[in-house]
Design a protein around this ligand. Structure first.
Ligand SMILES: Nc1ncnc2c1ncn2[C@@H]1O[C@H](COP(=O)(O)OP(=O)(O)OP(=O)(O)O)[C@@H](O)[C@H]1O
Length: 274
């Protein structure tokens, strides 16, 4: 990001060019790309947001830009987009205050709905990590005894990871933060600089909110369970390890796990009825 980009960001024009005079539909997606993001590397184009990699005040930065939806009324769109941005920032800050690993928030621009986040370097998603571990384990299944040892080590590593996830989610729920979109893609595994270990960082709090209700926490875990088991086949035992660790780490786990059982039952009934 150049100084010109920073000026454009910090001193946006008084007239908001994103709003069409007289019209109430939001403008085209392409018209909304803020000037300061031109030249930034597009990491991901999602349905709700674009994620860019750039530099901000000399630091490696991820910018999450929530764009307008053309089909929504402009005022409603503005309100919803702003609310999601506020929620995401609020939950990240709440997590970080409680020592739950989430990227630092460097800057928020509510005009363009951009959140500037610390880029988690040397990281990969938990999804990719589990998938590659499972793949390498299955490749070696017909090989020698030493490969069986390796497989055991990999299994233990995955169990440790599941325990780590359980602990972090317990801590997050004890802070009454509901993530709203728990998947293994929304957890990053950051390797230490000397490659001596790794720690977990939670990302993508766009659907998060604050709630003390065991029901909301149970649903949060249910969303993760569904995503986990469908993304990573044959991991039922691993997911149980995650829940066990959640249960051991959270002060309020019994009510939450009871709700999780109820939500599962409701889910099963719904799929039986069709
Ligand atoms: N702080 C970060 N540091 C490093 N990479 C990040 C960071 N935030 C996001 N990413 C990368 O960008 C991808 C998309 O980010 P994120 O999940 O926040 O966006 P999204 O559009 O809301 O995604 P989804 O549509 O899956 O909900 C992540 O999977 C990750 O690879």
């Amino acid at each position: 990001m150049t100084p010109d980009h920073l000026v454009a960001l910090l001193c946006p024009p008084l007239h908001n060019p994103r709003r069409r005079r007289g019209g109430n539909m939001a403008p085209e997606k392409s018209a909304t790309v803020p000037q300061f993001l031109r030249g930034a590397e597009l990491v991901k184009q999602g349905a709700e947001a674009r994620v860019y990699r750039t530099q901000f005040l000399g630091r490696p930065t991820i910018v999450k830009e929530r764009f307008s939806k053309r089909y929504r009324h402009v005022a409603l769109d503005e309100k919803l987009t702003r609310r999601r941005t506020v929620q995401e920032v609020r939950s990240i800050l709440r997590c970080r205050r409680a020592g739950i690993p989430a990227p630092a928030v460097y800057f928020v621009d509510y005009t363009s709905h951009c959140i500037f986040l610390e880029e988690i370097l040397r990281s990969s998603t938990v999804r990719d990590h589990i998938a590659s571990t499972q793949q390498s384990a299955s490749c070696t299944v017909q090989e020698l005894d030493r490969d069986q040892d390796r497989e055991l080590v990999q299994e233990q590593e995955l169990e440790q990871l599941a325990q780590q996830v359980g602990q972090i989610l317990a801590k997050m729920h004890d802070e009454d933060v509901i993530h709203g979109d728990l998947t293994t893609s929304n957890m990053l595994l950051r390797r230490s600089p000397e490659d001596r270990g790794s720690d977990l960082v939670l990302i993508d709090f766009g659907l998060s909110y604050i709630s003390a209700l065991p029901e909301d926490k149970g649903v949060d875990l249910y969303v993760l369970e569904k995503a986990f088991l469908s993304t990573h086949p044959h991991t039922e035992a691993l997911f149980q390890k995650l829940l066990k660790s959640y249960s051991a780490s959270s002060k309020k786990s019994s009510a939450v796990l009871k709700k999780l059982d109820e939500v599962r039952l409701r889910g099963r009934k719904r799929s039986m009825v069709g």
